[in-house]
Unconditional design. Structure first.
Lengths: 227, 256
């Protein structure tokens, strides 16, 4: 495992930690919130940069896979892709390869993650026109191709406020999960992000509050076992 | 040492003009400790009929001339591909081709500009599995002024090659300081000669490496003419430290 991966994937390195427990709660909440219409495609994004959406998403993907579902995590942050770094895999071929190559659309360049039931579709080379690609008919074909191979497909998308990518992609999926950095994200930024998504008729499934200070007294039993 | 950028082939561009020029350049390189040279003639605006076959056959001719004179330098076919919207098409027709048949393509920008189609062309190449190497960014008027553009290219997976003569000061103090700053900030990965003649842009690499060593240390400087170009010619994927934000040196004239 690369050092990046050890740092970022706490659900792999320490599945009994309170943080991993919080991810399992998130998984359950997501299932519960969509009982009547199961979510099969979901975009995870944030209002601005550096809020931890990619790490949160990677751990959520691991947790859903640990629950037994087949998961594909697709890195659609075509501006600053990071999932390949988190999972320590190559980024030579990926989503953008599927955009231009017929063969890759039929046989997606999925990467093994070392975690059962979880595959990563890295971003591939960074294109000059990300929002155009994510809004294309071809992107819908890619989503279909990925759904053929998984129970749930999770998409990492750039922050909502800076660029239109997330909103464009969100209109093609079942719903959006917002990652909000407690104490980091400005209230009006979160509200603006929500408004931007609602404008394009996107279903916001919920928000994850990230970086909440742990109340150690509540978790001492677990905290002691953290390595 | 290995030199991945040289206009040693005669009569194709503004580099060597005659066979004896080529031989003298190879001799000079050999004395400097260079074991392998990638011959990289300009592919577009000098010679209309240049293609891979022609370069391969000229390389073979030069190699046998060098062998008969016991000059122990290996020549590898390559090209310095001028960036253009149809560069991918040139790869198909053989007018552009990679260094020694590897994944690495040496790309030249116009010295004065940064074409609007740059990112599109880079993407088209990368999707085909090609890793672009940007030739001498320290001499490009736009990248000199806006190193953020180079940083973005490197973050997209491009490599960059600085010219040994730039490090020595042949193109002036500003180019020299910018070249050193690029090295310092992981914005360049290879040192090559871009040799055209015996003087000015000569085949000598060692002096540029010495200058680089003063800023980034000799181990990293030597890797830029040894391990890294060797890995390139073995067609290996190379991991580099990510670029750091380029901070212009407070005084770029403090060295003599």
């Amino acid at each position: 495992m690369s050092p990046d991966r050890k740092e970022s994937l706490i659900t792999v390195s320490n599945p009994r930690s309170p943080i991993s427990e919080a991810y399992r709660t998130l998984r359950t909440n997501l299932e519960f919130s969509s009982l009547d219409k199961p979510i099969r495609t979901m975009v995870v994004t944030s209002a601005g940069p550096e809020e931890g959406k990619s790490t949160t998403l990677a751990n959520l993907a691991v947790t859903i896979a640990q629950g037994g579902k087949r998961v594909i995590l697709a890195d659609c942050d075509l501006r600053r892709p990071s999932q390949h770094k988190i999972f320590g895999v190559e980024n030579g071929r990926g989503l953008t390869t599927m955009m231009v190559e017929e063969e890759a659309l039929k046989d997606p360049p999925l990467q093994e993650t070392g975690i059962e039931n979880l595959w990563l579709l890295p971003s591939g080379p960074i294109p000059p026109n990300p929002s155009e690609l994510l809004g294309s008919r071809r992107m819908e074909e890619i989503i279909e191709a990925l759904l053929d191979r998984a129970d749930i497909v999770l998409f990492d998308a750039p922050p909502v406020i800076a660029v239109t990518d997330a909103a464009v992609l969100a209109s093609k999926v079942d719903g959006v999960l917002m990652v909000i950095n407690a104490g980091g994200t400005k209230r009006e930024h979160a509200q603006r992000a929500k408004a931007l998504l609602e404008k394009v008729n996107v279903r916001i499934i919920g928000a994850v509050l990230n970086n909440v200070p742990l109340d150690v007294s509540l978790h001492r039993y677990y905290a002691e076992s953290m390595g | 040492m290995i030199d991945i950028h040289s206009h040693i082939l005669a009569g194709l561009d503004d580099g060597a003009q005659t066979l004896s020029d080529s031989i003298a350049m190879a001799e000079m390189a050999e004395k400097d400790g260079v074991k392998r040279i990638v011959a990289t003639p300009h592919n577009v605006y000098w010679e209309a009929s240049l293609n891979r076959e022609r370069v391969v056959s000229l390389v073979a001719d030069l190699q046998s001339e060098l062998s008969s004179r016991r000059i122990e330098v290996e020549i590898v076919p390559g090209v310095e591909a001028y960036i253009s919207p149809d560069l991918v098409e040139h790869l198909r027709t053989g007018r552009a081709f990679t260094l020694g048949g590897t994944r690495y393509l040496l790309i030249e920008f116009p010295l004065s500009g940064y074409p609007i189609y740059t990112e599109k062309v880079i993407f088209e190449l990368q999707v085909k599995g090609i890793t672009p190497i940007i030739a001498h960014p320290e001499r490009n008027a736009v990248l000199m002024r806006e190193p953020d553009l180079l940083q973005a290219l490197v973050e997209r997976g491009c490599l960059a090659q600085v010219t040994a003569a730039s490090l020595v000061g042949v193109f002036g103090q500003l180019v020299r300081e910018i070249a050193l700053a690029f090295l310092e900030n992981n914005l360049a990965h290879i040192i090559a000669s871009d040799a055209h003649t015996l003087s000015h842009r000569s085949p000598i690499l060692s002096k540029g490496v010495e200058e680089a060593a003063r800023v980034i240390g000799s181990e990293r400087a030597i890797a830029m003419v040894e391990e890294i170009p060797a890995a390139i010619l073995r067609d290996e994927k190379i991991e580099f430290e990510p670029p750091t934000r380029y901070k212009p040196r407070r005084k770029w004239f403090w060295r003599k």
